[in-house]
Design a binder for this molecule. Structure first.
Ligand SMILES: [Zn+2]
Length: 309
């Protein structure tokens, strides 16, 4: 089966007043913003900017993975930041949508037993809680990493760190029986130079799925993706139309888009509340065509689908 879409865009949206500068480059942010504008408001005014976007892909390998839907989207939120509790969770709950929360700092401090209480409530309402390691160690090139960062770690040390996090997380979400992992800073290695190694095999051993980084505009193909290192796209700084454009293009290919968030209306790696609301309203409106679910549920579907191939 082939899905094809044609879109001719011109000028600015009369509803949300955002303008699009459509680019001939496929998967460029501006092209995706143009797609998103058309889908979020359905109203594009005539103007001097003209762009035609075509999507034509073979979806036959994905059609039985998603049931009636054409593709999947998951929304993951990293680190356990306060603005997620304050904004993202109520916004998801209001629309009956569920996300994945990779919490690290709430389980890492001295008072972690107290800090996990709000996240226990999040788990009870059906959101997924995920492992993001205990110490959130990234490359030493990040200023916040002490003790030499990932370059100074061994496979044994990173495995111990992740399993220590898991012990605490199982107190956060005691009823959760399957777990996924998000690589801190999307980085999948330990060691340096000739001793540098991937720790993806550690994640494959302990988790249903590991979330790594995707190149902009790319996503996981259900028939062939490696669940231990599926790609995610960081949403920080994106507008609602751009995120919607990514959803449109990637789900039209029968693939799984994983958007990664940090702060909502916050100071660091942030997406605004109004842009997130635009995305969530779009996903709710299109729930019969786009499966929106926590990583663990999408990864379970892919795992079963790949086993039957
Ligand atoms: Zn993180």
């Amino acid at each position: 089966m082939y899905f094809s879409a044609k879109l001719r865009l011109s000028g600015s949206c009369t509803s949300c007043r955002l303008s699009c500068l459509a680019s001939p480059q496929k998967n460029s942010p501006n092209t995706l913003i143009a797609f998103g504008l058309a889908k979020s408001c359905g109203s594009i005014a005539c103007g001097e900017i003209r762009q035609q976007v075509k999507v034509r892909h073979d979806m036959s390998d994905a059609s039985s993975c998603w049931g009636e839907c054409r593709g999947a989207v998951s929304l993951s939120f990293d680190d356990g930041r306060a603005t997620q509790l304050e904004h993202a969770i109520p916004m998801l709950d209001d629309r009956g949508l569920r996300g994945t929360f990779y919490i690290s700092s709430p389980i890492a401090g001295d008072n972690w037993q107290d800090a996990i209480a709000p996240w226990q409530a999040v788990a009870r309402t059906g959101h997924e809680i995920g492992n993001h390691s205990l110490t959130h160690t990234c490359s030493v090139n990040f200023g916040f990493c002490k003790d030499g960062g990932l370059e100074a770690m061994t496979i044994e040390a990173i495995e111990a760190d992740i399993l220590a996090a898991q012990e605490r997380l199982e107190l956060v979400a005691p009823d959760q029986d399957q777990w996924t992992f998000a690589y801190p800073c999307y980085q999948t290695f330990v060691g340096r130079g000739a001793e540098r190694k991937s720790y993806v095999p550690v994640i494959a051993k302990h988790f249903l799925c590991g979330r790594a980084k995707a190149e902009y505009g790319t996503a996981a193909k259900p028939a062939v993706c490696d669940l231990s290192a599926v790609g995610a796209i960081g949403a920080e700084g994106m507008s609602g139309p751009e995120m919607i454009g990514l959803c449109e293009v990637i789900t039209s290919r029968g693939e799984w888009l994983n958007l990664c968030f940090h702060e909502i209306d916050g100071a660091n790696l942030s997406v605004t509340r109004s842009d997130l609301a635009m995305l969530l309203d779009y996903l709710k409106r299109n729930e019969s065509e786009i499966l929106t679910a926590p990583l663990v549920e999408i990864a379970s579907k892919i795992s079963a689908f790949q086993a039957d191939l």
